[in-house]
Design a protein around this ligand. Structure first.
Ligand code: SF4
Length: 466
């Protein structure tokens, strides 16, 4: 009999029972909440006279609506102000720890959880946000949930969910210079498709994944949902333990390591599917369309409609018409208007360091608006201690305060009109960055920084860090 993978082990540990619907009732070890998807859930609790079952397992921060230039209260946007007030009231009333703007620890929920050490191996983690799989980088089973599930978890500490199948994505070898975790996940989504992961959890493994830092593993897991997989994870190892050691919520380091070792996939674990990538084949990637699967290597050409699978042609046609690009063109050399470096995909310290290496001693191109938005206040503080803010400001980037910012543009940071943006975020959907006609190209932090400097998409492999 074969061994078990991490998802099966964690699931077995957290399953309360099988429900009549056939779904499982799963215990949720950590519930992360933010200002956008929690107010209605708290409203539903009040309507039914329920309380929060495990306030000590529930943590809140504010991210989506936070302005990143002036964070003075009340916010200029009354809707944003109302949302933040509701979060403040709800967390105070129900005894939930809240990392607010005055705490020095506020930030994007998927940056804050790990940096506090709340995210730990072998946990089940839920959050009312699509990119919750980020926490899978630590060997947790983490998924995004809707508002009614936020309510269920608040009220009971459990939720109804179907167990996914597991696809092992093995990446072997060493990634070439200029290629990073963002390029890897874009390549995976490009090959398997935006719906390829439906019904699956992705387990990322192989020698190339083992070589990734924790921050790179977070980038990788973060975009699992863009490939259709609600859950993505990496088995915990020494890199995981070293990154977590000493973080505020790691109360018993050895117990955490012991549990992680018990939960990680067995050597002989069975999988429902396996896909293998050769890391040496990877290149810096750029999206060209309106979903993250519409992606090419920076030196590649945009696909002809007839070369695409039948089911992808209609979306590709829509993408060409919306973006104003043509099959056969290259993304290399395409002029951009805006650069956004940040988000839960690429707003961590290592991302900012990577971008700063390119920005150091150079200047943002005339006419380009370039924003650097740290993923959290702690990331901002660490970056400022290293002088990264100085490097960016001297180069002509705007150094902003922590939040989601132009990833989703629920705050004042928005594209204008048809502006074309090189962005380190995770979604290039129509209107995603705040303008109904704005256009987004997803890239890595170094590619984004190089685009800001040169005013166009450029192959990072030709650049030398200053
Ligand atoms: S940074 Fe973007 S993807 Fe991440 S939580 Fe915020 S809005 Fe969602």
């Amino acid at each position: 009999m074969s061994g078990k993978n991490l998802l099966e082990k964690v699931w077995d540990r957290h399953k309360v029972r099988t429900l009549p619907s056939g779904q499982d009732q799963l215990f949720i070890g950590l519930h992360l909440i933010h200002e956008v998807t929690s107010p209605q859930a708290f409203g539903m609790l009040r309507e039914r006279g329920l309380s929060v079952r495990f306030p000590q397992r529930t943590f809140a921060t504010a991210d989506h609506i936070i302005p990143t230039d002036v964070v003075d209260r009340p916010f200029a946007d009354p809707l944003a102000e109302d949302m933040l007030k509701a979060l403040e009231t709800n967390t105070a009333e129900y005894g939930i720890t809240y990392f607010g703007p005055d705490s020095g620890s506020q930030g994007v929920v998927h940056v804050v959880g790990p940096e506090q050490g709340l995210t730990q191996p072998g946990m089940t983690i839920a959050c009312g946000d699509s990119h919750t799989a980020t926490h899978g980088a630590f060997g947790a089973i983490a998924f995004g949930v809707g508002t009614s599930q936020v309510r269920d978890i608040l009220a009971t500490g459990t939720m109804a969910i179907s167990k996914p199948k597991v696809r092992r994505i093995r990446v072997e070898g060493t990634m070439p210079q200029g290629v990073g975790a963002k390029d890897l996940i874009l390549s995976i989504i490009g090959r398997l498709g935006v719906n390829g992961g439906l019904g699956y959890a992705y387990e990322y493994g192989g020698s190339a994944v083992q070589q990734l830092s924790m921050e790179e593993r977070m980038t990788l897991c973060n975009m699992s949902i863009e490939g259709g997989a609600r859950v993505g994870y990496v088995n915990p190892d020494r890199t995981t333990y070293e990154w977590l050691e000493g973080r505020p919520y790691i109360r018993d380091y050895q117990a955490m390591v012991d549990f992680a070792e018990e939960m990680k996939s067995d050597e002989d674990a069975a999988y429902d599917d396996e896909v293998v990538f050769d890391a040496a084949d990877l290149k810096p990637m750029v999206t060209w369309g309106i979903n993250p699967g519409q992606v090419v290597p920076v030196d590649g050409t945009l696909p002809a409609l007839e070369d695409l699978p039948e089911e992808e042609r209609e979306t590709a046609e829509r993408a060409y018409s919306y973006m104003g690009f043509q099959p056969g063109e290259s993304m290399d050399g395409r002029a951009i208007d805006v650069v956004f470096i940040g988000s839960c995909t690429n707003g961590r310290l290592s991302d900012l360091r990577e971008a700063a290496k390119i920005a150091r001693g150079r200047r943002v191109a005339e006419g380009v608006r370039a924003l650097v938005v740290p993923g959290s206040q702690r990331v901002a503080q660490a970056a400022e201690r290293e002088g990264l803010d100085d490097i960016f400001v001297k180069a002509g980037f705007q150094w902003r305060q922590a939040g989601c910012s132009m990833c989703l543009a629920m705050n004042p940071d928005k594209l204008q009109g048809r502006e074309l943006s090189a962005s380190t975020s995770n979604r290039n959907f129509i209107g995603r960055q705040g303008s109904p006609t704005g256009r987004t190209l997803l890239v890595s932090p170094s590619m984004a920084a190089a685009a800001a400097i040169s005013g166009k998409i450029t192959d990072i492999r030709k650049w030398e860090a200053a």
